[in-house]
Write a protein of this length. Structure first.
Length: 285
């Protein structure tokens, strides 16, 4: 299934006016959409309107701002809505309209066209946004500070294996979390159950091959641990068992969990029921 999106545009003079009218929060919303491509009203409310007295007040304020940005053709919404527990306007999916794309486009970069989007791609993109928003919410509880979040394609790294073949690592997210005692570094893989376990194991081997190059250690001072976030506890157990049963994989490098158990694993990797890495593998004091 492919959803067609409308074509829009804005002239240079109009862009200058729009830029002067944007608040800091407006710019942050556009940046979030630029990074994630698509996000729901709920995502944007939970990140940018969490300081309201009630959830309802936050939702209403968020919708007012989003409708204003849409009126100025900075953002647009998909005809379809996300499933799950969200209902009404909270389930609306937003993306950058032509003016918003131009305002957030880095100098010299190509125009990003939103001509169509496949349902599987959209589902995965929103799942990545779910995880990012969950990290923001968890940070507000004082569990950790989010120092850095990288998304695709900024997470991609090309490399040569020891055998001299070309490889490319494509984590869904790279995160750097700070606690009073440690800086934690993670690569996150968001799985929706659409790929076979052997395909996931092949991705694990790519991480192992990239670790062997030493490039990540030079970039982050440690090699980030790989956290698989899976849709069910049964699938989590299957992948964990498969990693343990694969001789050429160091199971200390990988953790597996569901989104509901994310905080527990980030605070205590032992809770993933897999042996933890040594401190130098993912943490720096």
């Amino acid at each position: 299934m492919t959803m067609r999106l409308p074509r829009t545009g804005a002239g240079p003079s109009r862009l200058v006016v729009l830029r002067t009218e944007l608040s800091v929060r407006d710019e942050e919303i556009l940046t979030f959409l630029n990074r994630h491509r698509y996000a729901t009203t709920t995502h944007l409310r939970d990140v940018f309107f969490a300081d309201h007295a009630t959830l309802t007040a936050g939702t209403r304020a968020c919708i007012r701002v989003l409708h204003r940005l849409m009126h100025n053709r900075l953002i647009a919404r998909l005809e379809r809505r996300v499933g799950g527990t969200a209902r009404g306007s909270a389930a609306t999916i937003w993306y950058l309209d032509a003016a918003g794309e131009r305002l957030t486009r880095p100098e010299g970069a190509r125009r990003r066209r939103f001509a169509s989007v496949s349902t599987p791609f959209l589902a995965h993109t929103l799942a990545v946004a779910d995880t990012h928003v969950a990290l923001v919410a968890l940070a507000r509880t004082g569990a950790f500070q989010v120092e850095r979040v990288d998304l695709e394609p900024d997470t991609w790294r090309s490399f040569l294996t020891r055998a001299g073949t070309a490889g490319i690592l494509k984590p869904d997210l790279y995160i750097h979390l700070a606690t009073p005692d440690y800086d934690d570094h993670w690569y996150l893989e968001i799985d929706l159950g659409t790929e076979s376990i052997p395909v996931l194991l092949a991705k694990c081997r790519t991480y192992a091959a990239y670790k062997a190059t030493g490039r990540a250690q030079a970039e982050h001072e440690v090699f980030p641990r790989v956290l698989w976030i899976l849709p069910t506890t049964a699938r989590t157990a299957r992948l964990r068992a498969a990693i343990h049963a694969t001789p050429d994989l160091d199971n200390r490098l990988f953790a597996c969990t569901t989104s509901d158990e994310l905080l527990g694993v980030l605070e205590d990797p032992d809770s993933s029921n897999a042996p933890t890495t040594d401190d130098h593998e993912r943490r720096t004091p």
